[in-house]
Design a protein around this ligand. Structure first.
Ligand code: SF4
Length: 335
């Protein structure tokens, strides 16, 4: 009797990009019962993950894991170092795949698979890095990369004949055209573009995150707030966040702590909202925050009043009338 794969379960890592969607389709078409797994980075909490739409389209259940403190800890001292920004890609992959291994064992799945393509990314997808990820995650022999499988050592499910290696691929390098064509063939056209989406690869965001690690942060809200606005380290104890538009102004207030101070221009003049974070700011620090409000408004050279209040006490506003700004000195505080 012909051997059937219908009872085999596997965990498919779904990022929201094309490659991970393709491999879900490929492995599902081999008769494997696929369970999708997606990781949400701390600063992406609250955003609708594209992975959800892809899992729906491909008809697989999706488990979402929110990365929190342990992930932040890993970022601060990655065993394999960083890429060109603050992106510890090898450790990040291994961290997430270790969680996937746990899920695999919980539900009795046989392997985990990813959409990685050999040589597609300089840091995390070279042969050496793929091996490190496999070792560090504890998934030796149970981590299948269907798009490049024919260029890699056969995994246990391939050796056992549970996955037909002939039905897998030998993609390598950075070219995307064949993968995109495969996506169109499978009607997978709505996905996150390659390399789009991870703020750890953004140098500015990385600087802000480093600054939070150096000076301490209170909770995940502080980390989530790094997504919006311009950030200034006024002194080791105090930082200011400047909203760059209405949306950011609303978001930074929403994520402010109750004891943070909020600064805006007085008399309903349009301008940025500023959050001043840190305990008991002295007069000098308050004036600096007020100057930032002016600097990023169109009233920078006017004698314009700035009001501020503590978030938990919005009725109790205070007024400052800072002198026209000393731009250079403020710019030096930018993170
Ligand atoms: S790009 Fe970002 S999410 Fe992707 S592996 Fe690197 S650090 Fe992790």
């Amino acid at each position: 009797m012909k051997k059937t794969n219908s009872k085999i379960k596997a965990i498919g890592m779904i990022s929201g990009g094309l490659d991970s969607a393709l491999v879900v389709k490929i492995i599902k078409d081999l008769g494997v019962e696929v369970f999708g797994l997606h990781f949400t980075l701390p600063w992406n909490v609250g955003k609708h993950p594209k992975a959800t739409d892809i899992a729906d389209q491909l008809g697989v259940p999706l488990k979402i894991i929110f990365l929190e403190e342990s992930f932040l800890k890993m970022i601060q001292s990655p065993k394999h170092g960083y890429g060109s920004a603050f992106n510890p890609c090898v450790d990040c992959r291994a961290f997430n795949l270790a969680a996937a291994k746990k899920y695999m064992e919980e539900i009795g799945a046989e392997f985990v698979f990813t959409g990685e393509v050999l040589g597609q990314r300089p840091m995390s997808q070279m042969k050496n890095s793929l091996r490190k990820v496999e070792n560090d995650s504890g998934l030796v022999g149970r981590l299948l990369r269907p798009l490049s499988a024919k260029l890699l050592e056969p995994t246990i499910p391939e050796q056992e004949g549970k996955i037909d290696r002939n039905k897998l691929f030998s993609f390598s390098g950075r070219s995307r055209s064949e993968l995109q064509q495969m996506g169109r063939d499978y009607s997978i056209v709505d996905y996150i573009p390659p390399g789009g989406g991870c703020l750890l690869t953004d140098k500015n965001f990385g600087n802000r995150l480093r600054d939070s690690f150096q000076h301490g942060y209170r909770d995940l809200n502080d980390i989530i707030s790094l997504r919006w606005g311009k950030h200034f380290r006024l002194s080791p104890k105090f930082k200011a966040i400047v909203g760059r538009n209405d949306y950011e102004n609303r978001k930074i207030i929403e994520h402010a702590h109750n004891d943070d101070f909020i600064f805006i221009l007085a008399d309903e003049n349009p301008g940025p909202t500023i959050i001043l974070r840190g305990e008991n700011p002295d007069d000098k620090t308050r004036v600096m925050a007020a100057l930032l409000v002016k600097k990023y408004s169109k009233f920078r050279n006017n004698e314009t009043k700035v009001i501020f209040w503590q978030k938990k006490d919005p009725q109790n506003t205070q007024v400052l009338l800072p002198k026209p700004i000393a731009e250079k000195s403020l710019a030096s505080f930018k993170i």
